[in-house]
Design a protein around this ligand. Sequence first.
Ligand code: 0X9
Ligand code: ZN
Ligand code: ZN
Length: 305
Amino acid sequence: AHSYTKYNTWSEIEAWIDSTASANPTLVSKQVIGNTFEGRPLILLKIGKSSTSTKPAIFMDCGFHAREWIAPAFCQWFVKEAVETYGSDTEMTSLLNDMDVYVMPVFNVDGYVFSHTNNRMWRKTRSKISGTSCIGTDPNRNFDAGWCTIGASSDPCSDTFCGKTPESEIETKTVADFIRRNKSTIKAYITVHSYSQLLLFPYSYTFNLAAHHSELLTVAQGASAALTSLYGTRYTSGPGAATIYPAAGGSDDWAYDLGIKYSYTFELRDTGFYGFLLPESQIKPTCEETMLAVKYIATHVKNNL
Ligand code: 0X9
Ligand code: ZN
Ligand code: ZN
């Protein structure tokens, strides 16, 4: 059965999506935007008070990389907190009154399933291409942002394979198409990974600073301070290339170059003791502290529309 304090399987998450949407019809709606390589649905939850006019929105995804199980756990937690605290928490209430949040609980569904059934350390998608028996593309090397120029591999057997072309992966193409289609309403892009306790922003495909570098850094530092205030967890903020490593083809750089100024990548707990194998006992504290950072960013976005 589904629980917010365990690592749910895809079938548990799928059932949870349906029950959450049916239980909260005024606040949550489900949208299937496409299908994965293996045919599973690519699902978004749109969270926000219904309105007759189109509201500005935040897009947040989790689970690009299959083995980063804490990321989908966070997206589920975010939805829970949104529906539980709307109407009582003033910050969440005004956020969801004025904006919508598109939450994609699992981006790389096929990889997530494979990491549960076959290989806990799987990272990539599960797509097959001709000419090799190696499987999968790194979805965070597959976006059209300096594609495959640095920190990515053109070897299909590599864990950072950039794919045959930009957006070669159906998951990448589907999400990129959705964001392009809703470009005028999406004011912030947040993508959740693990691990390293970092809050990153563009660029990662170049060491050049983003045009909005100082605002992006100030907001990241404020969000990190909010996160740290709960349990003292330390985060480092900065542009991807200089803070973690240069790597092209990421969704954050792509969204930023599309014109979505507030573009952030979270690398959740921990700093390597457990790494991707973060114990379930850390789901609740990790999610509670991360909520503070995401709400901080969202409120900044809302106040600067
Ligand atoms: O390498 C990545 O894709 C991310 N780190 S992870 O350990 N979760 O794989 C960092 C992504 C930073 N942003 C870009 N490289 N665009
Ligand atoms: Zn990742
Ligand atoms: Zn809570």
